[in-house]
Write a protein that binds this ligand. Structure first.
Ligand code: NDP
Ligand code: GDR
Length: 372
């Protein structure tokens, strides 16, 4: 049987990397879209890289951009994919308030460019399309838990752009009979999560504090609640969505929600530290209450976290909790990781990484930590 061919946009991102691994294991020939940047931006997929001089490669990267239609049309024509996973996006909610027009272009119109390229090239009946939709569509709480039938109320330029992408995907499915699906994925994280999303920001900072590389860190809204899962479980579901008999839209979530503050507690407890939170709102701070692990000698009473209002969003999404019943019953999807297992995996990853930094620092080299 011929190998299936997949095209992944956003291949250098968290999900692009895990999905590449999964599809290669399944015997796919995988093509990925990467942006040209002045430094290498392929850290997450370097272990999969194949030298262009190798014949019959099954992992091929192409330069391109979601804002460049002719490039996307040419690539899709060349690749003739059986499946397209459209993961590329300016994916940071807070940053989208600073670059709203670009976000609309890449995340909203970018999706149209993919759909229309498939249509223009006459691939409507061959190519199946997965669109990376998001729980941010729900925004201001209308009902909980949020399911495929919950109304949308986006609260950021990112979410509004993704709402356009959601509906244009539905529209192309209905108008042209294309197999195009939305996966409405709730937050999913991992040791390779982008460093400025809250979970990774926390696990990096806690690891650095435990190892004495940093004193404290700053966060915004500690009350926000998120339904956090593991990216490995979620990319498996992306693939399952495109194998289903009918093209539909799916919610993927754990069904449990947790405040940011409790994620901080859980991360610290991985290094044996119990915290005490004092104060409210912008005055809230966290202090070391107990340190049970002799490997990490943190002083009792040490201030390790403050709130900085610069991380507050102009409009916030306060509560997300998804209902994955449809994915579980119709496709048999089950998450392998719960939140404690996710936090453990992320903390183990960052402790290892920060030990490398500690080694460099001890050797007299400069290391950097960015807070954004
Ligand atoms: P990341 O931010 O880790 O990755 C985004 C990817 O998109 C990167 O490869 C990035 O390239 C690429 N990209 C950004 N802009 C462009 C552009 N203009 N042209 C081409 N490529 C571009 O995101 P995740 O892997 O976490 O998420 C994948 C997708 O799923 C995104 O669309 C996101 O919005 C969506 N999503 C994510 C959720 C999550 O919790 N992770 C939940 C729900 C939806 P580069 O590496 O060069 O920056
Ligand atoms: P989110 O993820 O906006 O849900 O979007 P993020 O981790 O950025 O924020 C989650 C919640 O934490 C609060 N928060 C902070 N967030 C960040 N980034 N930095 C902070 O210092 C901080 N302090 C508190 C936020 O206010 C928010 O309430 C992610 C992205 O992956 C999207 O692409 C995806 O669509 C959604 O998840 C589902």
């Amino acid at each position: 049987m011929k190998n299936k061919v997949a095209f992944i946009t956003g291949v250098t991102g968290q999900d692009g990397a895990y999905l590449s691994e999964l599809l290669l294991k399944k015997g796919y020939i995988v093509h990925g879209l990467k942006r040209r940047s002045s430094l290498f931006n392929t850290d997450r997929i370097d272990h999969l890289y194949q030298d262009p001089h190798i014949e019959n490669r099954n992992y091929v990267l192409h330069y391109g951009d979601m804002t460049d239609s002719t490039n996307l049309i040419r690539l899709i024509q060349e690749i003739q994919p059986d499946e397209i996973y459209n993961l590329a996006a300016m994916s940071h909610v807070q940053v989208s308030f600073e670059v709203p027009e670009y976000t609309a272009n890449a995340d909203g119109i970018g999706t149209l460019r993919i759909l229309d390229a498939v249509r223009l090239l006459g691939l409507e009946k061959k190519t199946r399309i997965y669109q990376a939709s998001t729980s941010e569509l729900y925004g201001k709480v209308q009902e909980v838990p949020q399911s495929e039938t919950t109304p949308f109320y986006p609260r950021s330029p990112y979410a509004v752009a993704k709402m356009y992408a959601y509906w244009i995907t539905v529209n192309y499915r209905e108008a042209y009979g294309m197999y195009a699906c939305n996966g409405i994925l709730f937050n999913h994280e991992s040791p390779i999560r982008g460093e400025t999303f809250v979970t990774r920001k926390i696990t990096r900072a806690v690891s650095r504090i435990a190892l004495g590389l940093q004193d404290k860190f700053y966060l915004g809204n500690l009350d926000a609640q998120r339904d956090w899962g593991h990216a490995k479980d979620y990319v498996r579901m992306m693939w399952m969505i495109l194998q289903a008999e009918e093209a539909e839209d799916w919610v993927i979530a754990t069904g449990k929600t947790t405040p940011v503050r409790d994620f901080v507690r859980m991360a610290f407890s991985e290094v044996g530290v119990e915290l005490e939170f004092k104060g409210k709102g912008v005055d809230e701070k966290a202090y070391v209450a107990k340190c049970n692990n002799p490997e990490y000698q943190l002083e009792i009473g040490k201030e390790v976290l403050s709130v900085d209002p610069k991380y507050f969003r102009p409009t916030e999404v306060e509560l997300l909790i998804g209902d994955p019943t449809k994915a579980k019953t119709k496709l048999g999807w089950e998450a392998k990781y719960d939140l404690p297992a996710l936090v453990k995996d992320m903390m183990q990853g960052d402790i290892k990484l920060m030990k490398k930094d500690q080694y460099l620092k001890d050797g007299g080299f400069t290391t950097y930590n960015y807070f954004e």
